[in-house]
Design a protein around this ligand. Structure first.
Ligand SMILES: Cc1cc2nc3c(=O)[nH]c(=O)nc-3n(C[C@H](O)[C@H](O)[C@H](O)COP(=O)(O)O)c2cc1C
Length: 323
C-alpha cells in the first residue's frame, strides 16, 4: 500500500486491502459479498430492491457466511429509512447510498453510529455527500456497468472529487477491470478501487453462465450507456452489453415505452416462475431461463479486458498485490 489515503480507508472500515466490490442487484448475493469480505476487501450487499423482510434475510444469510464487516446498498433518492433501521438492527455498520443526495438518510444512519459511503458523479453530488457526512466517496465514471449518472470518464471525475474531499477517502469506480486500471487510479490519488464487472466474472457471482460468457466474449465497443432497459426504473441511464434488444431499440431511434420493438415479450423466467419482459431492469441470474442474451446484461467498458471467471478471493489478491 503506497499512500496514506489508502491506509486511512482500510483502517476506517476494518479492511485489509483498499478494494471494494460494487453492489450489483441480482448478481452480488450473500456468497460473493461474504467471499470478498473474507478476503479482506469491502463487499457491498444490494438490498434496495428488496422489501424490508427480504433485506434482513439477505443480510443474515451473508453474516452466516462471514464474520467480517459488510456494507449494504440503498438508493438515496428513495430515502429507505425502514431498510436502514432494519440493517443497522441486524448489525450492519456501513451503509452505501447511490443515486441522489444522501442527506435525508443520514439522521437514521447517525442514530446508530454507522458510517455512510456515497457514490458521486460530479462536483455537486460530491459536495452534497460531504455535507451530509460521508465517511468515503465513490467517484463513479461513465465507464461503469449498471446504473451510472456520470457522463465523464473516471480519470476526469477523480481530480474534481479529490479537490474537494479533503481527508475523506475517494474510491475510483468505472472501467476498473485490470491491475493496470487500478494502478492508474491509485496514481491519481484514489484511496482505493471499486470493481463491479470484474466481480460479475467471479465464481461466486449469481450471474447466469451465458451472461458471464457474453462478458468474456465482448469486444472493445461492446457496451452502451442508454435508457434502454428502463421497466421498473425509468429514465435512469445504465451501461449494458449492446445486445440484440439494445441494437433493435437503437435502430428504431431509441423510442420510449409503448413504442419499443418486441415490447411486452417475456424473455426471462426465474426458477420460481416469475416472468420479466424484454425491457425490464432485471439482469439474468443463475437458474433463469429464456432469452438470456436479450436481457439487461450490465457491463462496464472494462469487460473487454476480462477473459476469465475466477474466485473472488483471487480477484482481490491480484489487485492487492499490484497496489
Ligand atoms: C450487474 C450490475 C448491477 C449493478 N447494480 C447496482 C446496484 O444495485 N446498486 C449500485 O449502487 N450500483 C450498481 N451497479 C454499479 C456497480 O456497483 C459499480 O459502480 C460499477 O459496476 C463499477 O463499474 P465497473 O462495472 O466498470 O467495474 C451495478 C453494476 C453491475 C455491473
Amino acid at each position: 500500500m503506497t499512500n496514506t489515503s489508502q491506509a486511512k480507508f482500510v483502517d476506517s472500515f476494518g479492511l485489509r486491502v483498499p478494494i471494494v466490490q460494487g453492489p450489483m442487484g441480482g448478481i452480488s448475493g450473500a456468497g460473493l459479498v461474504a467471499a470478498v469480505a473474507d478476503a479482506g476487501a469491502l463487499g457491498i450487499l444490494p438490498i434496495w430492491a428488496n422489501d424490508v423482510d427480504q433485506a434482513v434475510s439477505s443480510i443474515k444469510a451473508t453474516q452466516a457466511l462471514t464474520s467480517k464487516p459488510i456494507a449494504v446498498n440503498l438508493r438515496a433518492d428513495l430515502v429507505q429509512l425502514g431498510h436502514i433501521d432494519a440493517a443497522l438492527d441486524a448489525g450492519v455498520s456501513i451503509v452505501h447510498l447511490f443515486w441522489g443526495d444522501p442527506s435525508s438518510s443520514m439522521p437514521a444512519i447517525r442514530r446508530a453510529g454507522a458510517s455512510m459511503i456515497a457514490t458521486v458523479w460530479n462536483e455537486d453530488s460530491a459536495q452534497a455527500a460531504l455535507d451530509a457526512g460521508a465517511s468515503a466517496l465513490i467517484a463513479q465514471g461513465v465507464e461503469a456497468g449498471g446504473h451510472v449518472y456520470s457522463d465523464i470518464p473516471v480519470q476526469e471525475l477523480l481530480p474534481i472529487v479529490l479537490n474537494i474531499a479533503g481527508d475523506i477517502p475517494v474510491i475510483a469506480a468505472g472501467g476498473c477491470a485490470t491491475t493496470v486500471d487500478a494502478i492508474n487510479r491509485i496514481d491519481q490519488g484514489a484511496a482505493g478501487i471499486l470493481c463491479g464487472t470484474r466481480f460479475v466474472l467471479s465464481t461466486e457471482s449469481d450471474a447466469h453462465a451465458d451472461y458471464k460468457r457474453a462478458l468474456m466474449d465482448s469486444g472493445e465497443n461492446g457496451t452502451a450507456r442508454s435508457v434502454c432497459f428502463d421497466d421498473f426504473w425509468s429514465d435512469a441511464p445504465h451501461r449494458t452489453l449492446a445486445n440484440s434488444t439494445y441494437k433493435a431499440w437503437d435502430a428504431a431511434g431509441q423510442p420510449s415505452a409503448g413504442n419499443r420493438p418486441g415490447e411486452g415479450d417475456i424473455i426471462l423466467r426465474t426458477p420460481d416462475g416469475i416472468d420479466f419482459p424484454r425491457y425490464h431492469v432485471m439482469p439474468p441470474s443463475r437458474g433463469m431461463t429464456g432469452e438470456i442474451l436479450a436481457s439487461a446484461m450490465y457491463a462496464g467498458t472494462g469487460a473487454s479486458r476480462i477473459s476469465d471467471c475466477i474466485p473472488a478471493a483471487q480477484i482481490v489478491e491480484e489487485f492487492a498485490a499490484a497496489l
